[in-house]
Write a protein that binds this ligand. Structure first.
Ligand code: FES
Length: 102
C-alpha cells in the first residue's frame, strides 16, 4: 500500500469526487487525491472490470477519469484545483469525444 514520504506543508483545498467533497493537499495529482476514497478504481473497462491508476507516470492510461466535465483525462498527470469535479469513467473511453468541439 502507498504511504506518504513526508508530511505536507502546503495548503488544503476542496475537490469533489463523485459529488462528495474531499479535502486534499494542493499540488497533488488527482490520482493520488482519490486513491483512498475511490478504493483503487477510477474507471471500468469495456467488460465492466474495475480499473485504477497503475504506472502513475502517464504511460498506461488506466487512470482515465472525467475531470471538470472533460472525459479521458489522465488523473496521474493532472494536479488538483480548488472546486474541481472528478468522476469515475465507465466503459471504453471515446478518445475522439474530447476533441469533438474543434
Ligand atoms: S496511472 Fe498510468 S497513465 Fe496514469
Amino acid at each position: 500500500m502507498f504511504k506518504k514520504v513526508s508530511e505536507s506543508k502546503g495548503k488544503t483545498i476542496t475537490i469533489y469526487f463523485e459529488g462528495q467533497p474531499l479535502e486534499v493537499e494542493e499540488g497533488m495529482t488527482v490520482a493520488a487525491a482519490v486513491l483512498g476514497p475511490s478504493h483503487g478504481w477510477t474507471r471500468t473497462s469495456h467488460g465492466g472490470q474495475k480499473r485504477g491508476p497503475y504506472c502513475q507516470m502517464g504511460v498506461c492510461h488506466e487512470c482515465l477519469m472525467t475531470i471538470d466535465g472533460v472525459p479521458n483525462q489522465q488523473a496521474c498527470l493532472t494536479a488538483v484545483v480548488e472546486g474541481m469535479q472528478v468522476f469515475r469513467q465507465n466503459g471504453v473511453p471515446d478518445f475522439h469525444k474530447e476533441n469533438s468541439h474543434e
